[in-house]
Design a binder for this molecule. Structure first.
Ligand code: HAM
Length: 415
């Protein structure tokens, strides 16, 4: 039997992992400038953590969880998103303090039983930040600024920030009535189960993939018209703060997000280079979640950013990182030179010069072939003559030019 990676998953091959590492270090460096600290949570959690937080009507909970009973009969779910585990850890370890703002970031695999397509996988990876403890619109602006600035830092072209406010409970209740009224004819055509789901959370209609629903929603009332004064004024402050920071954004009332924990601010950052799965990043405020998971009243906001999608765009624009070339391939021209070859490799690596040599006892011609195949910059040749005169022959593999360098000046000269 030929084994393959499970459907919807993929290997990150050496040629691609350089770009992944570059994205990871760029993200780590950027969030460090804002004082965010890294959090690593387990790959699986108790299922209830996700059902309680993501919402019983969300696609993630109803269709996409990788859940199973472990050998002890516990219901376990592979991490279906990063926010609920971060909040769980925040509460479990008391990471917050009274009146304190806690800034966390993570990079994590996420598992969702999706229908795989380009940009949508069953295992994907996210960068995320969570800012807990501030209700200020400036916290919203900070989090959106991080997402936007990161994308600028990695030279992601043509990104746009889409922003909305979905208000709080009263807004949702009023909007529910309005949208159910607007969609009443459509709802009667639906199966009982789907209808119940929509009746529980009509916001799901706004991110439905059904073409009929998409059409219907074009003429739906806007949730912005149902905002309470407080939500309206904090949304205005956020828009002002983003303008002050020079971050371009577009207000799009149809952005409601697929997770139930959001309150007030929701946002997405889209790329015009991604086709159907255009969201590079999604996030929002979740002021009730910490309390819902058993903690004190703690406002919070964050985002998750899909690393595979970043990679897809960079790849389509031919902007992947190139592998650094090996500098030196050290060749044993005679058997007797092998210990010296090892020694030279060791000294070069100590001086942070990349070096390789043959491990298989190949003759000189095949060693040089290997050096060329590796695209090494130079070959360092050591044979009987070199040993007796205590120098190495350096061959430039591009031009074929050769010169002799004493062993004791080799590292210094190559540096
Ligand atoms: P999300 O919108 O479900 O939000 O995911 C965040 C990002 O992950 C998306 O914008 C997208 O780039 C990427 N993504 C999602 N699903 C897939 C998939 N199946 N394949 C590839 N990439 C995908 C969350 O997960 C929230 N926890 C974000 C958040 C943090 N909100 C507040 N704090």
């Amino acid at each position: 039997m030929k084994y393959q990676a499970p459907r919807g998953t993929h290997d990150i091959l050496p040629r691609d992992s350089l770009t992944w590492a570059h994205l990871e270090s760029s993200f780590r460096n950027l969030v460090g400038l804002y004082g965010y600290n890294e959090l690593r949570t387990p790959t699986f959690e108790d299922t209830e953590l996700f059902t309680r937080s993501s919402g019983e009507t969300s696609d993630i909970v109803t269709k996409q969880m990788y859940d199973f009973a472990d050998k002890g009969g516990r219901s376990i779910t592979l991490k279906a998103e990063g926010t609920a585990p971060a909040v769980r850890a925040y509460l479990e370890h008391g990471l917050g303090g009274q009146g304190q703002v806690t800034r966390l970031w993570y990079t994590t695999p996420v598992f969702r039983y999706e229908r795989p397509q380009k940009g949508r996988y069953r295992e994907h990876h996210q960068f995320g930040v969570e800012c807990l403890g501030s209700a200020s619109p400036l916290a919203d602006a900070e989090v959106i600024e991080i997402a936007y600035r990161f994308l600028t830092t990695i030279q992601m072209p043509d990104v746009s920030v889409s922003l909305n406010s979905i208000g709080r409970a009263a807004t949702r209740a009023a909007y529910r009535e309005a949208i159910l009224g607007h969609a009443s004819a459509y709802l009667t055509e639906m199966g009982a189960e789907d209808r119940l789901r929509i009746e529980k959370n009509p916001l799901r209609l706004l991110d439905s993939k059904d073409p009929k629903a998409i059409d219907l929603m074009k003429t739906a009332p806007s949730i912005q018209d149902f905002l309470e004064d407080e939500s309206r004024s904090r949304f205005a402050s956020l828009c002002q703060a983003l303008s002050d920071l020079g971050i371009p954004f577009e207000i799009r009332p149809e952005i409601v997000r697929g997770l139930d924990y959001y309150t007030d601010t929701v946002f997405e950052v889209l790329s015009h280079h991604l086709g159907a799965q255009s969201a590079l990043c999604g996030g929002g405020r979740y002021d009730r979640l910490v309390q819902d998971l058993g903690g004190p009243d703690t406002p919070a906001i964050g985002f998750g950013m899909g690393i595979e999608r970043l990679f897809l765009v960079l790849e389509s624009l031919d902007k992947l990182q190139e592998a650094p070339r090996i500098v030196a391939f050290v060749v044993a021209a005679d058997e007797i030179a092998r210990p010296m070859v090892q020694r030279i490799c060791h000294d070069l690596r100590n001086a942070k010069i990349s070096a390789q040599c043959d491990l298989e006892g190949k003759d000189m011609r095949r060693q040089l072939k290997q050096a060329n195949a590796l695209n090494a910059e130079i070959a360092v040749l050591v044979g009987e003559e070199e040993l007796s005169k205590r120098f190495a022959t350096i061959r430039d593999l591009a031009t074929g030019e050769q010169r002799a360098l004493p062993f004791d000046r080799l590292v210094e000269e190559l540096q």
